[in-house]
Design a binder for this molecule. Structure first.
Ligand code: GLC
Length: 561
């Protein structure tokens, strides 16, 4: 079968329909049904040795905190050997932990301690490229043929410089294809329909491309055998080139999933693809609705501050945004992945702004956004610090490739600042001198911190914790329960949806607006609305329907009968 597909891809036959009609992937291991992920930026979470950079032992110290919050899985950004020109997404050794984070015995300890607390640990796999400092790349840049000659994609001469190729001072007579920054040469997984005129295009069944697939399995197995619980795969859709409909890339991942599932039935594969309809049908168990490929996320969250900006968004007290684009794409994605995996809408990640950004900066506003994110279908992903309302810090200098020159010089550093544990020096993140910190802590003296938030019953932290607990104990609000949005096209505020599982039904009302908003829903037959977590939202029977009145910047979760 696999052989047929690779031959078909090689011949350029579109096998998308056939392939994926035949591959019936399950939604992954059963622990995902109740999973809540926490994305943790290792360099900024907790520094245990006072060098100003977070580390694995620091994470161990904070596992109780995560358990208390209700987290069941952690995804850590890359922790591997790297020159850190892209904060670790430029790997120089897939089999070695960067000394600044610790070593293998620290990782084993983290795995053990996390598992003791029923928390899974997921690593980041940078599958499409390495650092240009990687020994494979250095070998590949040699004139003399060697094992790594075809591990990257090279022109046959320095005089040829196609788009996205990078010239350099190499012994080899060629230029290489980059995958992201110049310092990130693309690994060679081959091209669909290689053009014989473009000598750098090798087929996906060429020895170099086949060797690369094998290496990927080897890397995955190395860390899975050590006890980690899976991988988030960076730029997962980028592997095979000239793959316009992604059919060959999907096939590659389908093959990987089959292998992975047999060997590690409890393991999880998460895509950074941002198109669940493709990635989940290719065998990934989770993918995000984020800022690229599938539209929707920006129209909900991106405002005038932060990394990528927009003039209007739904989560704004100005109430001039719309949830329509999001709902359309999100429901389409859910439909095409039903029963096969999870569509996740994260609170943020290390590439975009945090929820607390620009004019969205009060606990009230953040509670409404979290009420939405933690009551929709899919697996919640909380970006570290969003549970206490850490803000995107504007105007920081660039750090380790945080500035994206190819996207208008936006700066991701503001989302990557040290976790704010308490009100002591460096927010309790590190004992290093402030000028040694990975990034500065929020200079605002009243920044939110974990210690203060934990002791305040009405804090964002406790709100998040209560919401996660409610989600976990309420099947109708859980990761797999259905979702139905009820707003008519021309009415965005408040946003209203039903979650349901079996006979259980819940009504959720989300009003980010800075003023009171109401909506009438006809043909709504429930008669009782039991408030579960409600802040100034009222539902009343209204003829054969209901009228919902939501005070400014409020939310409501009701059980229906
Ligand atoms: C992904 C990562 C981003 C990184 C890029 C290149 O998008 O999330 O941080 O810079 O890939 O690896």
């Amino acid at each position: 079968m696999i052989r047929f597909f690779s031959i078909a891809c090689f011949l350029g036959i579109s096998i998308f329909q056939n392939t994926y009609a035949q591959q019936q992937f399950s939604a992954g291991p059963s622990w995902l049904k109740q999973a809540t992920f926490y994305q943790l930026y290792p360099q900024s979470f907790k520094d245990s040795d006072g060098d100003g950079v977070g580390d694995l032992n620091g994470i161990v110290q904070k596992l109780d905190y995560l358990q208390n919050l209700g987290i069941t899985a952690i995804w850590m950004n890359p922790i591997f050997e790297s020159p850190f020109f892209d904060a670790g997404y430029d790997v120089a050794d897939y089999y070695k932990i960067a000394p600044r984070y610790g070593n293998e015995s620290n990782l084993r300890k983290l795995i053990e301690e996390a598992h003791k607390r029923n928390i899974k640990l997921v690593l980041d796999l940078v599958a499409g490229h390495t650092s240009d400092q990687h020994p494979w790349f250095k070998a590949s840049a040699q004139k003399k043929k060697n094992e790594f000659t075809d591990r990257y994609i090279w022109t046959k001469s320095k005089s040829i410089l196609p788009e996205k190729f990078v010239a350099g001072n190499f012994e080899r007579n060629g230029n290489y294809l980059k995958n992201f920054f110049d310092c990130q040469p693309a690994l060679n997984f081959g091209y669909v329909n290689p053009n014989p005129k473009n000598k750098w295009e090798q087929s996906i069944s060429s020895p170099g491309a086949v060797a690369m697939r094998q290496e990927l399995k080897k890397i995955i197995a190395y860390w899975m055998d050590m006890g980690v619980d899976g991988f988030r795969v960076d730029m997962a859709s980028s592997l095979i080139k000239n793959d316009a409909d992604f059919a060959a890339t999907m096939q590659l991942w389908a093959e990987m999933r089959n292998w992975f599932q047999d060997k590690y039935p409890q393991g999880v594969l998460i895509a950074e693809w941002s198109n669940p309809a493709q990635s989940i049908n290719a065998g990934f168990m989770i993918d995000f609705m984020m800022h690229f490929n599938v539209p929707g996320f920006p129209s909900m969250f991106f405002n005038k501050g932060g990394v990528f900006t927009r003039d209007t968004c739904f989560f704004s007290t100005d109430a001039n945004g719309s949830a329509d684009e999001f709902i359309k794409n999100y429901t389409d994605q859910l439909e095409s992945t039903k029963g096969k995996g999870y569509v996740s809408v994260a609170t943020a990640n290390h590439d975009i702004s945090r929820l607390n950004c620009g004019s969205r900066n009060t606990d009230e506003q953040l509670k409404v956004a979290l009420a939405f994110l933690l009551t929709i279908k899919g697996i919640p992903f909380i970006y570290y610090g969003d549970e206490i309302g850490m803000r995107y810090l504007p105007d920081l200098p660039g750090k380790e490739g945080s500035i994206l020159t190819n996207f208008g010089n936006v700066n991701r550093a503001g989302t990557r600042t040290p976790m704010q544990w308490d009100a002591s020096a460096n927010a309790g993140f590190s004992t290093a001198d402030a000028d040694k910190l990975y990034l500065p802590v929020d200079p605002n003296e009243t920044f939110p911190n974990v210690a203060a938030e934990q002791s305040n019953p009405s804090s964002l932290f406790n709100f998040t914790k209560n919401l996660l607990a409610l989600r976990k104990t309420t099947a109708g609000l859980g990761n797999e329960a259905d979702i139905e949005f009820l707003n008519p096209a021309d009415k965005s505020y408040p946003l209203v949806y039903i979650r349901s599982s079996g006979t259980e039904k819940y009504l959720v009302v989300i009003n980010p607006s800075g003023k009171q908003e109401s909506i009438v829903l006809n043909n709504f037959h429930s008669t009782t609305f039991t408030p579960l977590l409600v802040d100034k939202v009222v539902c009343k029977k209204d003829g054969n329907g209901i009228k919902i009145i939501a005070d400014k910047t409020t939310y409501g979760i009701f059980k229906l009968n």
